[in-house]
Design a protein around this ligand. Structure first.
Ligand code: ZN
Length: 485
């Protein structure tokens, strides 16, 4: 029994080796069939984080990462991450530029390949910022300046729109991504309403030449500032001596710069002039200036005696009762002057008219007659007045007529205020003067007794020579002198 196997034919050692090899080969084939045929593998890339990411401009992109996953149908159903798998990321995200970016993840393992994509959007949802400031100039609010800055676009001031509406200004802007911004500016002390001007007496006023124009009054009111009457500016002058239409403009501005204007139209109207009727007969108009005086009553008696009517251009000498007698005895009364002071009355048209109207009032007060007859002191041809006010007689001669007065000069001068100092000379001067004219206005002064004494002689001569004596009326010829100023 030394050799247990020696004579018995059995499976030899190499045969066992061969069987073992066959079994291993079979097992390997079975494994390959199971793993690669029955259990199918697949490779995928699994992204960490969102597949689509949105980043606000300014945020930085932080890669969330990804992994390669190998899955089988029989086992590793949930997938495994092979250690030798490769993952490559292509593409990039530019954080400083708005847009859509794609990142591609490519995984490979065991000869398999897989891809995944991630989309990253850089967006701008941030609105621009509008800043306003008010420039104050000289303590008053001025222009509103503005700037608009956007986180992405930068300075977009040029895109700002400005819309004004009552009481406020709206500033708006939209950035390149469509993000809007609005700012409203409230106008301080907003006052859109201008003041109002009320003209007392209305917007039209008619005065006659020679009546001084006096501002009838006005009132200005503003809803915010209240009474602005004292701030009203008046423009336009009314020439009360010359007929015409004179606009007077009233303006006022409230503290918010709103203006108001009102216009008053002042018409300076000329009174119609009476028709001049020349007498048919040879006519003598006796006129007496500068009275009444101590001799006037005597004169009235003489005139009565011959039934002659005359005209008295009176001054204010305290003989009011005789003025009344002049009128009562049927004579005409006219205005000469209050003071007979050339310097004073011819200082200006205003001064003259003041004197004229005052004397008209004196006569009215004494007689009840509102006379429109007048004689200029010195006559309209006087040259004294120009030393006080050059050219004044041209102005006055027109103005008094437009004011409804009639002025009378003379064509026969008795010279009783000059060289004729006795009744004989006065009468001689008058008769000579009348003889040369068909109709005469005779100048005498009843304050001189010698002149009064000449009247009877003059009347007698006139009546003997076929003259009639009349008092002046507004229709009588004026015998206007040539003005010499
Ligand atoms: Zn006089």
């Amino acid at each position: 029994m030394a050799e247990r196997y020696s004579d018995r034919p059995g499976i030899r050692r190499w045969q066992w080796m061969l069987i073992l090899l066959g079994v291993v080969l079979l097992a390997a084939v079975a494994f390959w069939i199971v793993v690669f045929r029955i259990n199918a593998f697949s490779l995928s890339v699994r992204l960490y984080g969102e597949e689509t990411m949105e980043l606000d401009y300014g945020e930085s992109y932080c890669e969330p990462g990804a992994e390669v996953v190998l899955q089988g149908t029989l086992f590793w159903k949930n997938g495994i991450t092979p250690k030798n798998a490769r993952l490559e990321v292509t593409g990039s995200v530019r954080e400083d530029t708005l847009g859509r970016y794609t990142l591609t993840y490519t995984g490979s393992c065991l000869g398999l390949q897989a891809q995944a994509e991630r989309r990253v959007c850089i967006v701008d949802y941030q609105c621009p910022v509008i800043r306003l400031s008010e420039e104050v100039r000289n303590g008053k609010p001025g222009e509103i300046t503005f700037t608009a800055v956007d986180n992405y676009d930068g300075d977009i001031t040029h895109r700002v729109k400005r819309i004004e509406s009552p009481g406020k200004i709206l500033f708006s802007v939209v950035d390149s991504s469509g993000n809007p911004a609005y700012v409203e500016w409230e106008i301080k002390d907003y006052d859109p309403t201008p003041p109002e001007i009320y003209l007392e007496g209305g917007d039209r006023k008619v005065i006659t030449v020679g009546s001084f124009y006096q501002e009838p009054g006005y009132y200005a009111y503003d809803d915010a500032d209240g009474n602005l009457s004292e701030q009203v500016q008046i423009q336009g002058e009314v020439d009360w001596l010359v007929p015409g239409l004179y606009p007077v403009t009233y303006t006022v501005t409230d503290s918010h710069g709103n203006h108001a204007t009102a216009v008053r139209e002042v018409e300076v109207a000329a009174k119609p002039r009476p028709e001049i009727r020349w007498p048919r007969e040879k006519t003598i108009y006796l006129t007496f200036d500068d009275g009444p005086g101590p001799s006037t009553r005597k004169l009235l008696d003489i005139l009565d005696q011959y039934q002659v009517k005359a005209t008295f251009f009176v001054i204010d000498t305290g003989y009011g009762s005789i003025m009344k007698e002049i009128v009562d005895r049927g004579h005409s009364i006219g205005i000469h002057t209050v003071s007979h002071d050339y310097q004073a009355i011819y200082a200006s048209p205003e001064a003259y008219f003041a004197d004229l109207l005052a004397m008209q009032q004196v006569i009215y007060d004494n007689t009840g007659v509102e006379t429109t007859l007048l004689r200029f002191p010195g006559g309209s041809s006087n040259t004294i007045s120009r030393t006080s006010c050059e050219g004044i007689m041209s102005i006055l001669a027109e103005a008094v007529q437009n004011a409804g007065f009639q002025y009378f000069d003379w064509n026969v001068d008795s010279d009783d205020a000059g060289k004729a100092r006795d009744a004989e000379t006065v009468a001689k001067n008058v008769v000579e003067g009348i003889e040369n004219s068909g109709t005469s206005i005779v100048l005498q002064h009843d304050i001189h007794s010698y002149s009064v004494d000449a009247v009877e002689q003059i009347i007698q001569w006139g009546q003997e020579n076929g003259y009639v004596f009349r008092a002046l009326t507004e229709n009588s010829p004026g015998f206007h002198h040539e003005i010499q100023n």
